[in-house]
Design a protein around this ligand. Structure first.
Ligand code: BES
Ligand code: ZN
Length: 460
């Protein structure tokens, strides 16, 4: 490890510069006008993977954004690790809230600011740097490695699932390694052993054929905005935090006593939490801790809401249409499709006959939980411990990475979620950032993890 560590130290700046180059490309997967940028970044990554000594670096076209793969398979008796990451990002909007331009990476103290700095360009590039260090110093990798980088994670990975199914042989591996999650806190490294799933829908309510004068028609004409609001408020009881969609909790598995004890033991300060997001108090199910509410319990959230006059000042209008984007985070064993069906039937059952309601189902994803005693997860924890010199937490997180459940379903393998982000990174928010120190340290954790994966564990 000494030579690798020396190499990583000597290449801090070149690795940070290479990351900045990646961050300059606005690879926003949801915006058709950025399709060329996503394609260009895929090609750039392919070239980079080839330049560090990986084999068969390839850009695969899909009906959507490309998938980039590469491999190094010259360790015949060693296991195979598939490293997954995503090079697409969320839109940078609202642009006016950024203190520095989102696609001009800017260093301030220990932090690098840019869209994708943490989610997921910075985190996934950590492994590329670790592979470079191995290949440059040892001319080999300790295990077989396959790299799989997608450009559609932020839109639900529509083309990666068919790619996995069609390329099962190439994708076969012993474990998947992913860095697209957060650590428990600064200098509190953690392995994520559970992620929530997702059901995402859109509701459209239509009433009168045109916007009406609310004085002339108000009182008799159905108001789609008011009606939508009423229907959404029937989905959740804000006092108890309970979701009221019939059958919503049917498949939910409660944490075991042992899991509850472990969650309750995690350090948590209500004061720091509320201050960090500028709220007076938390909401939700009082009988669950905040950490449980955001990681092991399902949610119902309105993500967007429109209808009627949105401009400055007042306009007395009775809108013809209203709409909402709604998401539900899911926990084992909830299923995205059946949850979406339950929501759809419930909304239609409570919709008054005065309006027309249409529900659109967007992407979804299944929840996952992993066995924290598994050999790869324990080896990842060991690697973290060696670099951060502190105990490693095992946590469930509330975000979703839908493809993790597909890795299990299609390839039969578990993933190691080795996050280097922090909640304060501002994922999907303005001024997203990533700790440069964690970027540097992460490279060594990754390099050590690969070494541990090659051994049977007895020499550690
Ligand atoms: N990196 C996140 C997921 C994440 C964030 C996991 C924080 C754990 C902690 C990922 O890129 C993401 O945002 N996923 C989407 C998935 C969706 C678009 C299908 C999400 O969770 O909203
Ligand atoms: Zn991500």
């Amino acid at each position: 490890m000494d030579a690798i560590r020396t190499y990583l130290d000597a290449h801090k700046h070149s690795h940070l510069d290479a990351l900045k180059e990646i961050l300059r490309v606005p690879s926003v997967s949801t915006s058709p006008e950025h399709a060329g940028d996503v394609q260009a970044l895929a090609e750039h990554l392919r070239n980079h993977l080839e330049s560090i000594g990986l084999k068969k670096a390839t850009v695969h076209s899909t009906p959507g954004h490309p998938i980039v793969t590469a491999e190094w398979l010259h360790a015949p008796d060693a296991p195979t690790v598939l490293i997954y990451g995503h090079y697409d990002v969320q839109p940078a909007d609202p642009l006016e809230l950024w203190e520095t331009p989102p696609f001009e990476p800017t260093q301030k103290g220990d932090r690098l600011y840019a869209r994708g700095a943490s989610d997921d360009k910075g985190q996934s590039f950590i492994h590329v740097c670790a592979l470079e260090a191995w290949l440059a110093t040892e001319q080999r990798l300790p295990v077989n490695v396959k790299i799989l980088l997608e450009g559609e994670e932020e839109i639900g990975s529509p083309n990666l699932v068919p790619f996995l199914e069609e390329n099962k042989v190439w994708c076969a591996c012993d474990t998947v390694l992913v860095s697209d999650t957060a650590m428990f806190g600064k200098n509190q490294p953690s392995i994520t052993v559970g992620l929530r799933g997702l059901a995402y829908l859109e509701v459209h309510v239509e009433g009168p054929t045109r916007d009406l004068h609310s004085g002339v028609y108000g009182g008799a004409a159905p108001n789609p905005a008011t009606i939508l609001n009423d229907m959404l408020s029937q989905c959740i009881d804000l006092k108890t935090g309970k979701i009221l969609i019939p059958g919503f909790y049917d498949e939910v598995i409660e944490l075991t006593k042992a899991e509850q004890v472990a969650v309750h033991a995690l350090p948590f300060s209500m004061d720091t939490y509320t201050k960090s997001i500028g709220i007076e108090e938390v909401v939700g199910e009082p009988e669950y801790t905040v950490h449980e509410r955001v990681s092991s319990r399902p949610t119902f959230d309105v993500n967007g809401l429109w209808g009627g006059y949105q401009g400055e000042g007042a306009k007395t209008v009775l809108p013809a249409k209203a709409g909402a984007k709604v998401s539900m985070r899911l926990v084992p064993n909830q299923d995205p499709q059946s949850t979406a069906d339950k929501f759809n039937s419930f909304i239609h059952s409570i919709a008054p006959p005065s309006v027309r309601v249409n529900v659109i189902n967007h992407h979804g994803g299944s929840p996952v939980v992993m066995d924290l005693t598994s050999d790869p997860i324990q080896k990842a924890a060991q690697a973290f411990k060696e670099v951060y010199q502190t105990e490693v937490f095992f946590t469930r997180e509330g975000g979703s990475i839908p493809i993790i459940a597909d890795f299990k379903r299609v390839l039969g393998v578990d993933s190691v979620l080795m996050g280097f982000g922090l909640n304060e990174d501002g994922l999907h928010s303005p001024n997203e950032s990533f700790s440069i120190e964690d970027f540097y340290r992460g490279r060594e954790v990754s390099a050590r993890f690969l070494a541990h994966m090659a051994s049977d564990g007895t020499e550690n």
